[in-house]
Design a protein around this ligand. Structure first.
Ligand code: FES
Ligand code: FES
Length: 128
């Protein structure tokens, strides 16, 4: 499997690896798994009181494409509102990273992680 240069760049220099304390104010956590391969991605967003994503962190147990996809989305979500972040499509991620068809599910994992984090944020807000 030949990885694109962008995948290799994100794989070798992943942006925003790590995590936040999930119980801290404004932190949302999205944890998703890919049925196709068993890989797991955790995305955390730091959301301010205006609903804007100020920061993001990820941890991914998976292939190079999954790591690159999660690294890329931590860059893309920063500065976006939740509504804007929810519009990030896996097709855009796959296009940016030039993912081959067998690796499309890795980008779907990233899209799902954003959605899961947003759902977690809304759930927490409703509960507070
Ligand atoms: Fe899971 Fe890619 S198949 S690492
Ligand atoms: Fe499974 Fe990439 S996330 S092969």
């Amino acid at each position: 499997m030949a990885y694109s240069e962008k995948v290799i760049d994100h794989y070798e220099n992943p942006r925003n690896v790590g995590g936040f304390d999930k119980d801290e104010h404004g932190i949302a956590t999205g944890m998703v798994g890919a049925p196709a391969c068993g890989d797991v991605m955790k995305l955390q967003l730091k959301i301010n009181d205006d609903g804007v994503i100020e920061d993001a962190r990820f941890k991914t147990y998976g292939c190079g494409s999954a790591i690159a996809s999660s690294s890329l989305i931590t860059e893309w979500v920063k500065g976006k509102t939740l509504e804007q972040a929810a519009e990030i499509k896996n097709t855009k991620i796959a296009e940016e990273l030039a993912l081959p068809p067998v690796k499309i599910h890795c980008s779907i994992l990233a899209e799902d992680a954003i959605k899961a984090a947003i759902a977690d944020y809304k759930k927490k807000q409703a509960a507070s």
